[in-house]
Design a protein around this ligand. Structure first.
Ligand SMILES: [Zn+2]
Length: 494
């Protein structure tokens, strides 16, 4: 997901990584596993947890939620994932305040290698986040207060290792010695700031530059890893792979010494290229942590290439009919660069972006993009603005500055959320939103997998277990995704 995104509007997450406004409502006394507990979430998130479930209690068949009735063999569950319960004597006096949500905070990994760290319970992380943190700070979320510590959700911890992925908003995570960052979007790096001192941050070189440049994180904590190169970190082989999401975004492949292999997709758009990657093509994956942003059959949006072609076609037509058209592309902090790059190349014009965006874009080290940028809005009819500015009033005001040069505005709002089922793959059916001389097109340019792409990727990888990482706020959603995964793998086998 992206910084300042629609996704964030749609998925406002709480400290557990679950949507704060969509907590399960079925507080049914008949459910044996507490709805909010670590174990219950863990149970619902995978594809086949039969090995973790005790023999079914016959009486549970009477319950409407009988799928959730089965008692978990907790000890086995934690052992299997490399967690060791901390003895109560090690936990400070705040333990009495612990909620079910925080159950995982008191588990350490077996490979605990930093016993000198203070217990989580004894500290309260000051979560004052950087200026890039617009929506999810403590003040915005009543569930995050001084009285309640945030606990890192289980699915951000890589079992059998001392690693976490995209877990920066929980302060010091007990037992975590290496913090991986999949990409530079706020909902993944949130919590990282100038004062970060909890441990090394592993990420791609582009992400590393952004973390240093935009968040001013102390460089001694930043460990860039080149893509497609195998590194051994604390005895675990780690490889970053291109995620086809935003610049610097990676999949992370963990190869443990005992042979287990985990793939964390971060945010990604599954592609054929990934299927031919030698490190994925012949690799048995035990657990897949999957970006399930669009894991719903209604999302069948077109390929990026088709959308780029469409955007270029519309741009050409407008310029032909109205040569004095200012073209505006909405973009997040990073991501969607290809949309304005495609227009720039097709029309042979430069790209105007403000100084802070140019600084970020230059940091990617893409000569094609860097070479296309210009610093004066008057010099080109192609401008990049924050996606939040793509409103009629804002664009009207913006175009006032350039009224001597341009008499019309054509704007593109590229995001998968603009996808509509009625339009489907037929881009020509997209109706722009026009008012006066301002026309805004929502185009389904997505940097996350469509439903069909997810299916193909899951069928290709055939992981033993799949843990969705997005839209997991309700048990209904989690169950639904689990049933998709099961169907996909069953269909593949038959
Ligand atoms: Zn993202």
């Amino acid at each position: 997901m992206e910084n300042f995104t629609d996704e964030e509007e749609a998925i406002s997450v709480d400290e557990e990584g679950f949507p704060s406004l969509q907590l399960p409502s079925e507080k049914d006394g008949s459910i044996e596993v507490a709805e909010d507990s670590f174990a219950s979430d863990f149970y619902r998130c995978g594809t086949d947890w039969s090995c973790l479930v005790e023999t079914t209690d016959k009486s549970s068949e009477n319950h409407s939620h009988h799928h959730h009735q089965k008692k978990l063999k907790q000890t086995n569950l934690f052992q299997m994932w490399g967690f060791n319960k901390v003895e109560d004597t090690n936990v400070d006096s705040t333990s009495a305040l612990r909620s079910p949500n925080e159950a995982n905070a008191i588990y350490n990994t077996k490979k605990k290698n930093n016993s000198k760290r203070p217990m989580l319970g004894s500290i309260h992380q000051n979560d004052k986040e950087n200026h890039n943190a617009p929506r999810l700070g403590p003040a915005m979320n009543p569930r995050i207060g001084d009285s309640k510590r945030r606990a890192c959700p289980f699915y951000k911890k890589i079992p059998g290792t001392t690693f976490t992925v995209d877990a920066f908003r929980y302060g010091l995570i007990e037992g975590c010695s290496s913090y991986f960052l999949s990409h530079f979007h706020y909902d993944h790096y949130g919590g990282l700031s100038k004062g970060w001192s909890h441990g090394p941050i592993y990420c791609s070189p582009i992400t590393a530059r952004l973390v240093r440049m935009c968040l001013l994180v102390n460089p001694s904590f930043i460990r860039p890893l080149e893509l497609d190169i195998e590194y051994v970190i604390e005895g675990v082989k780690v490889v970053l792979l291109e995620a086809n999401h935003c610049p610097g975004a990676t999949l992370i492949l963990f190869h443990l010494a005992d042979g287990r292999c985990y793939l964390h997709t971060g945010d990604f758009r599954a592609s054929k290229m990934m299927q031919s990657h030698p490190l994925l093509a012949n690799q048995h994956i035990n657990v897949l942590y999957l970006d399930t942003t669009y894991c719903n059959p209604k999302y069948k949006f077109p390929s990026k290439e088709d959308v780029l072609e469409f955007v270029v076609k519309i741009s050409r037509n407008y310029i032909k009919n109205q040569p004095k058209t200012l073209i505006v592309v909405g973009a997040y902090s990073i991501g969607k660069e290809c949309v304005y790059l495609a227009i720039s190349k097709a029309l042979g014009v430069k790209i105007y972006a403000n100084a802070s965006r140019r600084r970020v874009l230059h940091s990617f080290g893409w000569s094609e993009l860097s070479g296309g940028l210009c610093s004066r809005g008057e010099d080109t009819p192609l401008h990049v603005l924050p996606i939040s500015s793509l409103r009629h009033e804002t664009l009207k005001k913006y175009s006032e500055t350039y009224k001597r040069q341009y008499t019309a505005v054509l704007a593109f709002r590229p995001t998968g959320w603009t996808y509509s089922e009625t339009t489907g793959n037929q881009l020509d059916l997209i109706k722009p939103n026009s008012r006066g001389n301002i026309t805004i097109y929502g185009v389904p340019y997505s940097e996350h997998s469509s439903f069909l792409e997810l299916r193909e990727f899951v069928q290709f990888l055939k992981a033993d277990k799949i843990i969705p990482t997005v839209n997991i706020g309700t048990s209904a959603n989690r169950d639904k995704m689990q049933s998709y995964f099961q169907n996909w793998l069953r269909l593949k086998d038959s």
